[in-house]
Design a protein around this ligand. Structure first.
Ligand code: PLP
Length: 457
């Protein structure tokens, strides 16, 4: 057997190549508070419960406790009725999978198995909704959003909503532009026709309620709205838990019934699942509970205040550099454009070279130009000055040589550009295949995105 010290050294080496979320340099992926004591505590909880299995809570009884407490708090935050029910899942994708499965169950109870049910979602909806429809055999149909505010166009919903629709999904907020769909209007239309609405509050579930308490008054998106039958909210986003924790809530137990999978017929142990995953560690639940208990209501409020201040400072600073928001600012998510797309690429490239991880979003016909996406977190309160200083430099510098070469090549020959990108960063053959299979103007856009993406690696 190998020497543990050598192996540990290898692990530390690998970790060195990963970006450190505590540095505050990430504007996506990890939701960092900047409270080291909390991070240590949550990771200790993670370690303590790492080698457990939530599959059988009669053996690992702590799973009951953590789940009950986490669901109770989520219900409180979303003003759920007393008989609402919920499940802790591994992530937003799994929560949404269960919401879609519950809707399919309800649909089949009503109409049998003859019809293929449809799911309606604004084009800004998260891909996990499409993924769930794909996995579960439902047909996904996109709804238009308004050009100005990037919110669901309710007339389009009204038009497309018929008896084949099993579920309408709206976002609070959507990830790309950070705006909150008109949940109330959508739910009214859907309710009239007996169709449940799922609110994807994966990113908003643990921040919008606190923004409300701080006087920002986000529009109603929770169970106070009749017709909202389920809500997904990610503990591992603004709940500040380590990865692996999300919640799906249902207004009524009949929906949860549709998420349960039982097999008592096979020769092994009785299998009863209310999640997609079966064997899984209790660690994320333990860490999420510990995080919530540590912060409490006051902690979450303080963090919300911190991050909103950071958001406003960053937005003000970037506005001065020429950025403008693509949509009204209703959440901690910013999508910002510049007059010229090439300047967006240049900014993104230099910021990556300076060690900042910001998002780059593609242009979408009739909706948005290329833009920079920032997910603001409490840690950014501590680093925003440095971020703005680097931003100013990035805006005022000429584009890096490598970017110019690549963008040139993209224009002349997207395929070989993709190949070159592939060689340096990604799977070149796969990308070439994808590019061949889509229309040329899309291929160029994609190649351009990938070219810029290279700087992150
Ligand atoms: C993050 C996110 C999801 C999916 O969550 P995962 O945890 O990555 O599976 C769904 N919807 C929105 C709006 C999100 O931001």
């Amino acid at each position: 057997m190998k020497d543990p010290a050598t192996l540990l050294q290898k692990l530390y080496e690998l970790k060195q190549n990963d970006i450190d979320p505590r540095s505050g340099r990430l504007f996506t992926y990890i939701y960092e508070t900047g409270i080291n004591e909390l991070r240590e505590l949550a990771l200790e909880a993670y370690r303590l419960f790492a080698n457990t299995n939530a599959l059988d809570p009669t053996v690992f009884r702590s799973a009951f406790f953590f789940e009950r407490e986490l669901v109770k708090n989520a219900m409180r935050l979303t003003n759920a009725p007393n008989d609402a029910v919920g499940t802790v899942t591994y992530g937003g994708t799994e929560s949404i999978m269960l919401a879609v499965k519950a809707a399919r169950y309800k649909f089949r109870k009503k109409y049998g198995f003859g019809k293929i049910p449809r799911v309606l979602v604004p084009v800004t909806g998260h891909p996990s909704i499409r993924k769930a429809a794909h996995y579960l055999g439902l047909k996904l149909e996109y709804l238009k959003v308004e050009r100005d505010d990037k919110k669901l166009d309710v007339d389009d919903l009204s038009e497309k909503l018929d008896k084949d629709v099993a579920l309408v999904v709206v976002s609070a907020p959507n990830f790309p532009y950070g705006t909150i769909d008109p949940v109330k209007e959508a739910a009214e239309i859907a309710r009239e026709r007996g169709v449940p609405v799922h609110v994807d509050a994966c990113v908003g579930g643990y921040i919008l309620p606190y923004m409300g308490r701080l006087g920002y008054h986000p529009p109603l998106f929770d169970f106070r709205v009749d017709g909202v039958e389920s809500i997904s909210m990610d503990l591992h986003k603004y709940g500040y838990s380590p990865k692996g924790a999300s919640i799906i809530l249902f207004r009524a137990p009949e929906y949860k019934e549709g998420t349960i999978f039982v097999d008592l017929r096979w020769p092994g142990y009785p299998l009863i699942n209310n999640t997609v995953l079966s064997s899984r560690s209790i660690a994320p639940l333990a860490a999420a509970w510990t995080t919530q208990a540590y912060l409490g209501e006051e902690g979450y409020l303080k963090l919300a205040r911190d991050l909103l201040e950071a958001r406003d400072d960053i937005y003000r600073g970037l506005s001065r550099l020429g950025f403008s928001s693509l949509a009204p600012i209703e959440s901690p998510l910013l999508s910002l454009s510049l007059d010229s797309e090439n300047d967006v690429f240049k900014y993104y490239s230099w910021m990556s070279l300076k060690g900042w991880v910001v998002g780059l979003q593609p242009k979408v016909k009739d909706l948005a130009p290329y833009n920079i996406h920032l997910t603001i977190m409490p840690i950014h309160r501590k680093v925003y000055k440095e971020f703005l200083k680097d931003s100013e430099e990035a805006i005022n510098m000429p584009p890096p040589r490598e970017l110019i070469d690549l963008l040139d090549l993209v224009q002349k020959d997207p395929m070989s550009a993709a190949q070159r990108i592939g060689e340096t960063a990604l799977d070149g053959i796969l990308i070439a295949k994808v590019l061949e299979s889509i229309p040329k103007d899309y291929a160029e856009d994609l190649a351009r995105m990938l070219a810029v993406e290279v700087y992150r690696r």
